[in-house]
Design a protein around this ligand. Structure first.
Ligand SMILES: *Cc1c(COP(=O)(O)O)cnc(C)c1O
Length: 453
């Protein structure tokens, strides 16, 4: 006999501390407790089903409970669940490293595994830093990151993040990167072109003055995720990459959210044919099944770690579960499915469908900006469309829209006043049709609907 909802809810309240969750408010309401998933649906313990409209926080690719992925994991389980990569290898980790090197932007031939996006970012930062140490350029020890960036929650990853809410408390513990203005077209007086020019000219100026002190620039390519799903104007990422190259600064692409087809290309960097020096992937790598992340590096970076002075040039970093065989097997199966189902091309078609459906959202009185790249959508809600005046924080407008969506049968999680829509890439057009209907109605109800309020 399983536990009843009331028992689970009580235990949840007593013992479970949830991430990114104000616990007092959370514990005042009845918790949603998920029991199982099937395709694009999640089922709670009462048997109610919801569309997974945010891919379980941007992870899911093929849907839930996918036979091919389940089988890959159980097959591997029959061989070995875990074996270390410290000084030895395992079959799925070797295969996955080769596979990733094969699909990544040109030049990224070395793969270092970890188990979360934040860890993958830490690794990229440490690699970039040590690369310059290895080459005797000890002064190159600072990073550049973008305003509004999110790269994960560990101390190093949070240091290069710039969302004040996540950062302020820990300020004394963090190192300080140089911050570049993000090209936020909606709120730039001269729109996309103006925003892009401002970013690129600020970067050139910074590099002219400080390139000798800068190890790397870290960026969420094409789409800034947690900062509000903000899409870069065309040419901006390639412009940033060109400036980094010109001034001898490494480029770290954080593809944790954008990787594996989400943007309509395998990687967002592919949209502008950018080849970074280091690239971090996570989230969708295993189809959203198991915690595997990876940091990819060029030979140029890697070779600097192969010096004769081992004590100085070895990368002394690793995690207990680095290269976990179950996770790597799931990732290989997920990538195989993506290819068999030509999922990346599918995303482009589905993305066009979603974009056409969301034209309705743009017309709503309180929708300021509808941003979309592939199946990554952010809808910015504003109190006044003509002045772009935001809703006051206390209105919790994004939370209200997400609550309304849940009542209507779809789960999502807002980013402040931005409503997020990130369906599993495998969602069918019929499913996307219903999900977008729910999305538009939820926003309309939450911003206008007096009876629902
Ligand atoms: C989610 C995210 C991370 C952090 O990944 P975790 O697996 O949650 O640690 C890092 N960078 C970006 C761009 C992300 O969206």
């Amino acid at each position: 006999m399983g536990l009843t909802y009331d028992q689970l809810a009580e235990m949840n309240k007593k013992h479970l501390w949830h991430p990114f969750t104000p616990m007092k408010a959370y514990n005042a309401a009845d918790p949603l407790i998920i029991e199982r998933g099937e395709g694009v649906w999640l089922y709670d313990v009462h048997g109610r089903r919801y569309y997974d409209g945010f891919s379980s926080v941007w992870l899911n690719v093929h849907g839930h409970n996918v036979p091919e992925l389940n089988k890959a994991i159980t097959d591997q389980l029959g061989l070995v669940a875990h074996s270390t990569l410290l000084g030895m290898a395992n079959v799925p980790a070797v295969e996955l490293a080769a596979k990733l090197a094969g699909i990544a932007p040109p030049g990224l031939s070395k793969v270092f595994f970890s188990d979360s996006g934040a860890a993958g970012v830490e690794i990229a930062l440490k690699m970039a830093f040590q690369y310059w140490q290895n080459r005797g350029r000890r002064g190159k020890a600072t990073f550049i990151s973008m305003n509004g960036a999110y790269h994960g929650d560990t101390i190093g990853a949070a240091s290069v993040g710039s969302i004040p809410l996540y950062r302020e408390t820990f300020l004394p513990l963090l190192f300080a990167p140089r911050i570049l203005p993000y090209p936020y077209a909606y709120r730039h007086p001269e729109g996309a072109e103006g925003a892009k020019d401002a970013t690129l000219s600020a970067l050139r100026k910074l590099l002219e003055q400080e390139a000798d002190e800068i190890a790397a620039l870290i960026v969420e390519p094409i789409v800034q995720g947690a900062g509000g799903i903000v899409v870069m104007p065309p040419g901006c990422l390639s412009g940033i990459a060109a400036l980094c190259r010109e001034y001898g600064v490494l480029l770290i692409a954080d593809e944790v959210a954008t990787g594996f087809g989400r943007t309509g290309e395998m990687f967002a960097c592919d949209l502008e044919r950018v080849s970074p020096d280091l690239m971090v992937v996570g989230k969708g790598l295993t189809g959203g099944y198991l915690p595997v992340a990876a940091t990819l590096a060029t030979d140029e970076v890697y070779d600097s770690f192969c010096g004769d002075d081992e004590r100085r040039t070895t990368f002394f970093h690793g995690h207990s579960f680095t290269g976990n065989p179950l996770g790597c097997a799931a990732a290989l199966a997920s990538l195989r499915l993506m290819e068999e189902r030509t999922l990346v091309e599918e995303v482009r078609a589905k993305s066009a469908f979603v974009s056409q459906k969301l034209a309705k959202a743009a017309e709503l009185v309180h929708v300021g900006d509808v941003r979309q790249q592939g199946l990554m959508v952010g809808i910015e809600l504003v109190r006044d469309k003509s002045t772009k005046e935001p809703f006051p924080w206390a209105d919790r407008i994004g939370v209200r829209a997400a609550q309304r969506a849940r009542e209507l049968g779809m789960l999502t999680r807002p980013l402040g006043h931005v409503v997020v829509f990130m369906p599993p890439l495998a969602s069918t057009e019929a499913e996307l049709d219903e999900m977008t209907d729910i999305l538009v109605k939820a926003i309309d109800d939450a911003t206008m609907g007096s009876e629902w309020r």
